[in-house]
Design a binder for this molecule. Structure first.
Ligand code: AN7
Length: 408
């Protein structure tokens, strides 16, 4: 059964009919979120049996129609072994998990948001869906739009999107524009185009999309036997996911299913760290980074639209925000791949690089139970992987040459 819900402004708390097509508060411009009358809801997380998926948690999701789905969620939670030994001796005593969201159908966590967001678009009778994207959002949107049978329009920061993601947006049939500008500029343009043409905006400013992403929290707690980790570590770009996961953990607690909330810990790249700066300097709001730069192109975002929600998530949960360098990102990506068999794209490796740095600097305790979210699959950005790896050795098709090369 679908719960009753409203849209509410996080700043002035004005409430709106969820059928209104609005992305920010018409009265004060604040961000919106979906609110439920939680005490009135009979939470039933067992409708789809043992199989974990986004729709297992339907009793806390705001969709009233048969959803547009291709089997999102149900991603593995791995306990780390060799990598923790490699970090430091103390950490090996702690429980560190990786929730590998790269194993969603299109290779990123965005699918959790899109199954809800595109379903909502259909429910609201929208004719075209749209987003600006550093890549994964566009890949996911194009896929779900294809599944739903409606057109998708995506704006990319031209030349700054990883190959796998562009390929997905194209093959699934989206109209793809390479904007001569960065992501923040592409999003500003897309918001204007959506207002003018009535396209349904599915960036993470859309509060329904974030509802899908909050199921990451539900799944982690579910997999841990309805226990909550001490800390959640994840990359921050447009700051939607950290806000969504925090909301998920809050709702579980408010429903009496769990009794605590993890310390939400956001990791940004050194060249693109407005949220980290705001936390460090105790600013009320972020100061946008005009020229964000990092090898982790997914989070090359200078003006995160969900910053207000993310700052609250970090502060209210007693969390942290730090940045890592591109070198630390690549090293973490390599370690996760070679020591644990988990292949992730650079943005996702920020979780691991951040965890390592926090432990090394003594900013977090080695006995914490930590979950790092890895948000995207390694095959998303094959160009980067090939660039940072030793090249294959060319050998003649000759047994002596091969024998020499194998042990060379
Ligand atoms: C792999 O696709 O913003 O902080 O347009 O692809 O919720 O934005 C991607 C973001 C982390 C950051 N990891 O999440 C987009 C886009 C990966 C990502 C993030 C993204 P948010």
């Amino acid at each position: 059964m679908t719960p009753a819900y409203q849209l509410q402004c996080i700043d002035c708390h004005a409430e709106y009919d969820p059928a209104e097509i609005i992305y920010t508060c018409p009265s004060c411009g604040g961000l919106l979120e979906v609110v439920y009358d939680l005490p009135a809801i009979e939470v039933d997380f067992h409708t789809s049996g043992e199989c974990r998926s986004v729709w297992k948690y339907r009793s806390l999701l705001p969709v009233d129609i048969e959803p547009v789905t291709i089997g999102e969620g149900g991603t593995p939670l791995y306990r780390l072994g060799r990598l923790t030994l490699n970090i430091d001796a103390n950490a090996s005593a702690s429980e560190i998990f990786v929730k590998h969201e790269g194993l969603n159908p299109t290779g990123s966590f965005k699918d959790r948001g899109m199954t809800v967001g595109v379903s909502k678009a259909i429910e609201l009778g929208m004719k075209t869906v749209a987003c600006a994207s550093t890549g994964n959002t566009s890949a996911s949107l194009a896929t779900y739009a294809a599944r739903a049978g409606i057109p998708a329009v995506v704006f990319l920061p031209g030349g700054q999107v990883a190959l796998g993601k562009v390929a997905q947006a194209l093959i699934h049939g989206a109209k793809v524009l390479n904007i001569r500008g960065n992501f923040d500029e592409a999003l500003r343009l897309m918001r204007q185009v959506c207002d003018e043409y009535g396209f349904y905006l599915l960036n993470s400013i859309n509060p329904f999309r974030l509802e899908g992403q909050k199921t990451i929290a539900f799944e982690i707690a579910d997999e841990l036997g309805w226990e909550v980790p001490d800390r959640l570590i994840l990359p921050v770009g447009n700051a939607g996911n950290i806000s969504a996961i925090y909301k998920g953990f809050k709702e579980l607690k408010m429903c009496g299913i769990t009794d605590s909330i993890p310390k939400m810990t956001g990791i940004q790249a050194e060249g693109s760290r407005p949220v980290v700066d705001a936390i460090e300097r105790e600013l009320e709001a972020i100061e946008p980074e005009q020229n964000p730069e990092t090898i982790a192109t997914a989070i090359r975002i200078g003006d995160p639209v969900n910053a207000a929600k993310a700052l609250r998530a970090i502060r209210e949960s007693g969390g942290l925000a730090i940045s890592v360098t591109d070198e630390e990102i690549v090293e973490a990506q390599r370690n996760l791949a070679s020591l644990e068999g988990i292949g992730v794209e650079p943005a996702s490796a920020t979780s691991i690089a951040g965890m390592r740095k926090l432990l090394a600097d003594g900013l977090i305790d080695a006995d914490e139970r930590i979950v790092c979210v890895t948000t995207g699959h390694i095959l998303k950005d094959p160009t980067e992987v090939v660039d940072v790896c030793t090249k294959p050795t060319w050998v003649d098709a000759d047994i002596d040459a091969v024998r020499r090369a194998v042990f060379g």
